[in-house]
Unconditional design. Structure first.
Length: 133
């Protein structure tokens, strides 16, 4: 696998992983007010592409989705059907501000990978143009 191919594969794997991360962040934001909802998190794992020497990590992928097991918030609303005898029920453990920050980080990482992909593509096209002369 050539260096350009590796660069394209690396940036593509980064974009796929960040897209998956952004998907889970948006699900968390959408379910921030859902009673009993646990925040989803995803960790990245190294990825080895076929033909790489000694299993060298040349990419990244989104790993298993995990649920954040931190305590759910206690919400006081005695009129809610889910409320117990004290008037409380369990909300979600999603902090919308944290999710917005994660979304911005994922977006910027995606854009950086996209720029790297585009730069490698342009370099490949320039090389092909030079070889045709």
């Amino acid at each position: 696998m050539s260096t350009m191919d590796r660069t394209l594969a690396l940036s593509a794997s980064g974009m796929q992983a960040q897209a998956m991360r952004l998907r889970h962040v948006s699900e968390n934001i959408a379910n921030a007010d859902t009673p009993g909802y646990h925040r989803k998190t995803v960790a990245f794992e190294p990825l080895s592409l076929p033909g790489d020497a000694l299993g060298e990590a040349t990419g990244v992928r989104a790993g298993r989705v995990q649920l954040d097991r931190s305590d759910l918030t206690q919400i006081y609303d005695p009129g809610n059907i889910l409320a117990d005898e004290t008037g409380h029920y369990l909300g979600s453990n999603v902090d919308v501000m944290v999710e917005i920050a994660d979304a911005r980080e994922a977006q910027r990482s995606y854009e950086a990978n996209l720029r790297m992909f585009d730069q490698a593509r342009q370099m490949s096209q320039s090389l092909i143009g030079l070889l045709r002369r």
